[in-house]
Design a protein around this ligand. Structure first.
Ligand SMILES: NC(=O)c1ccc[n+]([C@@H]2O[C@H](COP(=O)([O-])OP(=O)(O)OC[C@H]3O[C@@H](n4cnc5c(N)ncnc54)[C@H](O)[C@@H]3O)[C@@H](O)[C@H]2O)c1
Ligand SMILES: O=C/C=C/C=C(\O)C(=O)O
Length: 486
């Protein structure tokens, strides 16, 4: 069986401790590979390599050379598209039809977009008067921040990891990546692509392992890391923020959400159903931007619930290779336990289960997988944990509202503020509501439509900072102002 090693200073290396953990295919429960678990020794070697690489050929390259290499990385991912696709789908169980449209193409795009961005974004300059009349000129330059610790989750593994590594490298930093223990394979494979593309040794490093008391914590505790970019749960974000406080290291946090969809009676119902379907059930509901709370204007509530139920029941659950399948399993049996505990809680709290609520019947060869039914509830109180907690499964609660003010108040009622989707053909209303929702990302009559130049991130407990476009450059560089007295 394949074993997945760390990638440190341009070499694949195992752990000195010999500790390995199992990587399980969530579609059938079978072990796919064994993964080396990093101790402090491997994390230290990776960070030291990253630090040294800042002073090596990488640090001396021109912008043109560096960005040309990043284009080669993107081309390298595309050249090995099927290998990345196979690996991502084995780790996550997601349909190939989904990963081939979203995860892998975005893995490549994340390198190209930020390579082009760093070449084309100007910096500021200000002329100023001085008392002696000669004046002074200020101009700003960008310098890499240094070694960036990248800690990424399992739901969109290659996409979310490269969303950070792409701009970090474009800005001239070096990285140590700690991918999720659930999905290590594409991050490991990217090491080969980096090597082939001519990325110098030590620029891209990968250490595998778990979070607390393992590789994740060791990385955040390492004093030579200059900044951390993290995507994952809000609770983990708090722990990472504390670790980063030691030594005053910068952080960018993209955290959890409990996003609201607002469906007004003046919406285009077909579009609202199609979009809400995707936002609740795509990637088996494991998208941070997904809508687990749907608020629908009372006059169309019954019709909306009936039609979303029909749509959910039309989903085809199946393994990655099933070309007709549009819903895979959850990422693990452990995560399924969490999701099913909320399915039970919904019943205990008196929900009407409109559809789903359990585990689907699957053929014998898939019976060990983390399968779960797409689920819709109505009738829960606003303070039920099912309505307030991020479940991160294929489910949503639908609740009626009567006025625009009420809809906005409901949307803003939780401590999260990541994303929201508004469905209305009244463009004035859509702008008005969008302006009042407390979230970092608002979609009007769409969902997960991504322009990588736009600011991306969450407000309230959904994150700190924005990445995307120039905002990524803000995080991954130190701006230096040079003031020249003339
Ligand atoms: N806001 C966003 O852009 C966004 C995007 C995707 C996922 N998410 C969120 O991610 C969560 C699902 O992902 P997850 O379950 O992998 O999240 P998680 O927080 O459990 O784990 C994310 C990563 O952090 C590591 N980690 C865990 N504890 C750590 C610690 N103490 N120190 C250092 N590293 C640690 C994990 O090993 C993993 O690599 C959901 O809450 C989801 O909303 C947010
Ligand atoms: O699950 C969360 C999805 C995040 C998506 C992005 O970070 C992106 O599209 O860049």
């Amino acid at each position: 069986m394949k074993d997945i090693k760390h990638y440190i200073n341009g070499q694949y290396v195992g752990s000195a401790s010999g500790k390995l953990f199992e990587n399980v295919n969530p579609a059938n429960g079978k072990v796919i590979s064994k993964v080396h678990e990093a101790g402090r020794e491997e994390v230290d070697a990776a960070v030291q390599a990253a630090k040294a690489a800042l002073r090596g050929p990488w640090g001396k390259m021109t912008l043109e050379q560096r960005t040309a290499i990043l284009h080669k990385v993107a081309d390298g991912i595309n050249a090995r598209f099927d290998e990345f696709l196979e690996a991502e789908c084995l780790d996550t169980g997601k349909p190939k039809s989904l990963a081939s449209h979203i995860d892998i193409p975005r893995g490549a795009a994340n390198f190209k977009v930020f390579a082009d961005m760093i070449k084309n974004v100007p910096t500021e300059s200000f002329e100023m008067p001085t008392p002696d009349g000669t004046g002074a000129l200020n101009y700003a330059v960008r310098r890499p921040k240094g070694v960036i610790g990248v800690i990424s989750p399992w739901n969109l593994p290659l996409l979310l990891m490269t969303w950070k590594v792409g701009p970090a490298l474009a800005c001239g930093n070096t990285v140590v990546v700690k991918p999720s223990e659930e999905t290590p394979t594409t991050t490991a494979l990217l090491g080969e692509v980096m090597k082939e593309a001519g990325v110098p040794d030590g620029v891209y490093n990968v250490v595998h392992g778990f979070g607390g008391d393992s590789a994740g914590a060791y990385l955040t505790e390492h004093p030579l890391v200059d900044g951390f970019t993290f995507t994952g749960e809000t609770g983990t974000g708090e722990v990472i923020m504390k670790a980063a406080a030691k030594g005053i290291r910068d952080i960018s946090l993209e955290l959890g959400g409990k996003n609201a969809g607002l469906v007004f009676a003046d919406c285009d119902m077909d579009k609202a159903i199609e979009g809400t379907m995707r936002s609740a059930f795509a990637n088996c509901g494991q998208v941070c931007l997904g809508t687990e709370r749907v608020y629908v204007e009372r006059s169309i509530f019954d019709e909306f619930v009936r039609r979303l139920k029909e749509a959910a029941e039309g989903l085809k659950i199946g393994p990655p290779d099933d070309a007709d399948a549009n819903m895979g399993p959850l990422v693990s049996l452990k995560h399924r336990e969490k999701v099913l505990s909320y399915y039970q809680k919904a019943v205990d709290d008196g929900a009407t289960v409109v559809t789903g609520g359990g585990v689907p019947d699957m053929p014998a060869e898939l019976a060990g997988g983390a399968w779960v039914q797409p689920t819709i509830w109505t009738g829960l109180a606003d303070d039920s944990a099912v309505v307030t907690d991020e479940i991160f499964g294929p489910c949503c609660h639908i609740r009626p509202f009567d006025t625009e003010e009420e809809a906005i108040e409901l949307a803003n009622s939780l401590p999260y503020g990541l994303a929201s989707a508004i469905w209305s053909e009244n463009i004035t209303r859509a702008h008005r509501v969008a302006g009042q929702i407390e979230a970092g990302i608002i979609w009007v009559n769409s969902w997960f439509l991504r322009d990588l130049r736009t600011p991306f991130g969450g407000s309230k407990q959904s994150g700190i900072g924005r990445e995307g476009g120039v905002h990524s450059l803000e995080f991954y560089t130190e701006m230096k102002n040079i003031c020249v007295k003339l």
